[in-house]
Ligand binder design. Structure first.
Ligand code: ZN
Length: 79
């Protein structure tokens, strides 16, 4: 098939735009995923409000600052 210069340039521009959009979409997805994961690990102490990350699987985590037992997953809003 014959491509004119204009069509060729258009294709390149279109491809580049699509590529950039795809890259930004992927990076946004990855960042949102990492954020969600770190939010799920984050615990805010109900006693001293010290925020820390805990990668364990237990439901109760001890605050490294004051040693109080905190229930995981209840630190978001009401709690
Ligand atoms: Zn604490």
């Amino acid at each position: 098939m014959d491509l004119t210069i204009a069509e060729f340039v258009f294709l390149i521009l279109f491809g580049t735009c699509g590529f950039i959009l795809a890259c930004s979409w992927i990076s946004r997805r990855l960042r949102a995923q990492a954020e969600t994961r770190s939010l799920a690990r984050r615990v805010v102490c109900r006693l001293c409000l010290h925020a820390f990350e805990n990668s364990g699987s237990g439901q109760i985590v001890d605050c490294p600052q004051c040693g109080a037992a905190n229930e995981r997953g209840r630190s978001r809003k009401l709690g």
